[in-house]
Design a protein around this ligand. Sequence first.
Ligand SMILES: *Cc1c(COP(=O)(O)O)cnc(C)c1O
Length: 375
Amino acid sequence: MTGLPLPPEATGLITIDLDALQDNWRALAKLVAPAECAGVVKADAYGLGASEIIPALNLAGCRTFFIATPEEGRAARQLAPNARLFALDGLLGGSASLLRAANVTPVLSSLPEIEEWVAEASQAGQPAPAALQIDSGLNRLGLSEADIKTLVARPDLLAALDIRLIMSHLACADDPADPHNDAQRTVFDRRRALLPPAPASLAASDGLMLGKPFHYDLVRPGYALYGGQAFGGGATPVNPVVKLQARVLQVRTLAAGDSVGYSATWQASRPTRLAVVAAGYADGLARALSAASGEATGHVLVSGQLAPIVGRVSMDLITIDITDVAGPVSRGDLVMLIGPGLSIETLGRAAGTIGYEVLTRLGPRFVRKYTGGGA
Ligand SMILES: *Cc1c(COP(=O)(O)O)cnc(C)c1O
């Protein structure tokens, strides 16, 4: 099995291929040119480590980053001193001064937020740099048409804003046939036309795959940079970045009729070889991966062969039926939970969720190891 160096105290290993990350950004940048390709690095770069991901993307040529929170913005500013940084969650409650101090541009989604930002930034004596988010049908964050009309009727507010970007977000971009996509584009165009002209952005990872009309001046992929393949319209030009392996703590032998794990949900129907692996729901492996009797939900790769997770996922452990795995499996071996032949999406589907959630929940007990990522 794999001989990757794992610190003796580590339960598992997330290997992050920064060369693949950079290639993914370049491939998307090429696809959308002349539109700009930003990088979305919120939630600690989808759990992969902003401190490594941001500098690597920056070296590849990425000049604009989106984070969610002011604190993420402050951290990103240290990592990319010269980049443009946009904070998707805006000001929260009263963090305008923090954002201004870190030179992070908030994405403003309501009139009170615009007023708060103008009040803060007017201290600098010049128009306040801002992105405006327009709602185009997602009904999450964003200015309504009525908000926009109120704003344009307030020349004092408009004059106090330096609008760097007007953006909106798609609800159904993973399905290219969904009529919401074109409908949202139409609403976006109508609403942004009410505002002074500014660079526009509508698409994230899936939206940019919908083609030129969705690219505008800037696209905002996150998940695709990390190798995610959520797009339902076919393969996208990105490759996997993440590999997840965890350590076998024990291999045991069960007789037919023996049960495994909490509530004895799974029973061996034959003499069974079981591998106990040091990864559980505290590490982000959803308890929904638990197999009920006779049926497997999730799988892992053991010596390159798919083996089912059996019994309940517990906090620190999963149990794998390795009876059909050819070759020896020993204590200390690493099994693969995400990697070649086992995508993030596969693991997500098995847990009744999406790859995004799998990625962002991978826990801190896994050691993160980075390869590549140079200029
Ligand atoms: C998270 C987010 C993105 C990135 O989405 P992906 O699907 O990961 O590419 C882009 N824009 C907004 C507003 C977001 O919240």
